[in-house]
Structures are given as structure tokens and as C-alpha cells.
Design a protein. Structure first.
Length: 319
């Protein structure tokens, strides 16, 4: 009996020592990084690139939680309203901006979201079915002015792609139809099959489909050529005015995140984005440029983006 008690004491002592010897990361609750889009998409991929490397700088695990719906508004609402559960959200600025403009949000994006850091920027582009022979923005204008009615596929109604498609049609002086899809994947599939002639999307979404020329990226809508698509012209180079043709990813914190943790996350994101492997992953796999910005800058940038789209939207409300 004495030997048994001694053995049990040794086991208990060993267990206590093992627990105390565990890395601090194993004893801290994980950080939650919310994404407002389904697994497998660009937003999810960017979040997971960060989540794999942030623990080395935060000292704890990072879990990606997908909360898709309403072009990211479901996730923005949940994080912005969370006053008792610390969480972060990775989102393109369009999610809070258009969620507010389209009245899908119940929160105040300027008061209820704590800006942490900018992550990356990306261009939108116009892609054409390869069989059309439309290779440049100038070709597109000529095609539309020839009397053919253009249909533009977009990923969801009431977002940036929707408004940009309207701007392209307006530049041609022709009526056009916007066809909303549940994501870029189904839209690109129909574009390749010839069910729609054109699509407006994040330029990087079409990269994997360009090799066989079933789809052509005929131009980017950003003010300057993309760092990734250096040989693809901008619409502005052809004198075609597009107000805003790019967007950016950032991380925000819920109201429940302490200010010290906001700063820790900001510093960790800055360190992760400085890694060559992360820059390569964002550029080569997802056609984005690393665009680290402090939380203070992101706060002002969100206000500027909101004001710019608010000025454009009344004259060109999505159909």
C-alpha cells in the first residue's frame, strides 16, 4: 500500500511538472480570427497564411473561424457587436463599407471596430471569354458600342464588383446587365463556358485560368498597373474613367479586445508581413501586394474609402 501511494505521488508530481513546463502558448486561450467568406476563397486563404505564422509572435494559437454571409456583413456584425468575446476579423474594406452603405450592418464601423493593421492591397479587373477576341479595354468599348448588349458577371449584388461593372457600362455609353453569382468560382466557370461574355472580379481570382486563353484578363481597374500583372493595362491608360478599382485587406478587433492585445496583434502582423515567404505567397498565389499600415492609418483609410464610395453610389446604385 505504501509503495502504491508513493507511486501515485510520483505520478501526480510528474503531471504537475509537465503542465508547468508546457510552453506559454499552450496555456493561453487561442486568438480567434474571423473571416466573412467561405473556406477555400481568397479571404480565407489570406487569413490562413497569417494564422500559420502569427503564433510565433503572439505566443498562442490562432484559429480561423469562417462566418460567411451577405458579402462579409454577417462576420462584421458579429465581431463589431461582441463586447464580451475578444475576436479579430480579417476583411476587405468593402465588407464594412458596403455593409454600411447597403444597410446590412447594425454596428457603427467607426466606433465598434478597433483598427489593428493593414495587410494587403489588390486590383479589380475585367475578364472576357477568350473566344470573343476582346483583348484590351479599347476592344471592350468597341464591342459594346457595336450594338451588342454586355453582361457582366459579379460575385454578389451590392458590392464593389457590381458598382465597377456599372462604371464600365457607363464609360461605353451603353446599357449593360449585371449578373450576380454566389462567389467568383461559379462566375468564372460560366465565363469560360461562354454563358456570360465578361466578368468583373478581383484580378487575382482569374490567374489560374489564363494559361489556355479560355479567359482573358483584358484590363485592371486600379489607377496604376498591378505589381502582379505588369503586362495588363489599366482602363485609365485608354482614357476610360473608373473612380475606384482596388481594395485592401485589414484586421480589426472586437470591442472586447484590450488595447494591449490590439498592439500585440499589430506588431505581430507587421512582423509576419515582413517575411519573404508571406510576401511570395500573397503575390504569387493570390496576386496581392503586401500593404502593411498601422491601425491609426487604417482607421483614417476606412473613413476615406467610405466617403469615396458614398459619393459614387447615389449616382450609380447597383441594379
Amino acid at each position: 500500500m505504501t509503495n502504491l501511494l508513493g507511486a501515485l505521488r510520483l505520478i501526480a508530481a510528474a503531471a504537475a511538472f509537465t503542465f508547468l513546463s508546457l510552453p506559454v502558448a499552450a496555456q493561453k486561450p487561442p486568438v480567434v480570427l474571423v473571416v466573412g467568406f467561405p473556406p477555400g476563397g481568397t479571404s480565407d486563404a489570406v487569413a490562413r497564411i497569417l494564422a500559420q505564422r502569427l503564433p510565433a509572435y503572439l505566443g498562442t494559437a490562432v484559429i480561423v473561424e469562417n462566418k460567411p454571409g451577405a458579402l462579409g456583413s454577417v462576420a462584421v456584425n458579429e465581431v463589431g457587436a461582441s463586447r464580451d468575446k475578444p475576436a479579430f476579423i480579417l476583411a476587405p474594406s468593402a465588407a464594412p463599407v458596403f455593409g454600411t452603405l447597403e444597410e446590412r450592418l447594425k454596428i457603427d464601423i467607426f466606433k465598434d471596430l478597433q483598427p489593428v493593421a493593414g495587410v494587403a492591397k489588390f486590383a479589380f479587373g475585367v475578364a472576357a471569354n477568350g473566344a470573343l477576341g476582346v483583348k484590351t479595354p479599347q476592344d471592350l468599348m468597341a464591342w459594346m458600342r457595336s450594338g451588342k448588349r454586355a453582361s457582366f458577371g459579379v460575385a454578389g449584388a451590392g458590392g464593389i464588383s457590381d458598382l465597377l461593372a456599372g462604371q464600365v457600362g457607363k464609360a461605353a455609353g451603353q446599357e449593360s446587365t449585371v449578373v450576380p453569382y454566389q462567389g467568383n468560382g461559379p462566375m468564372i466557370k460560366d465565363l469560360m463556358a461562354g454563358h456570360i461574355p465578361f466578368g468583373v472580379m478581383v484580378a487575382g481570382e482569374v490567374t489560374a485560368f489564363l494559361a489556355d486563353e479560355k479567359v482573358r484578363l483584358i484590363g485592371v481597374l486600379s489607377p496604376r498597373r498591378s505589381d502582379v500583372f505588369e503586362n495588363v493595362p489599366t482602363f485609365r491608360e485608354y482614357g476610360i474613367p473608373i473612380a475606384i478599382g482596388e481594395d485592401w485587406y485589414a484586421i480589426w478587433g472586437s470591442p472586447a479586445v484590450p488595447s494591449d492585445d490590439i498592439e500585440k496583434m499589430r506588431a505581430a502582423v507587421e512582423s509576419v508581413l515582413a517575411l519573404r515567404e508571406v510576401k511570395d505567397a500573397l503575390t504569387k498565389r493570390h496576386a496581392m501586394s503586401v500593404d502593411y499600415q498601422s491601425g491609426e492609418v487604417i482607421g483614417e483609410r476606412l473613413k476615406s474609402s467610405f466617403a469615396a464610395w458614398k459619393a459614387i453610389r447615389p449616382a450609380q446604385k447597383p441594379r
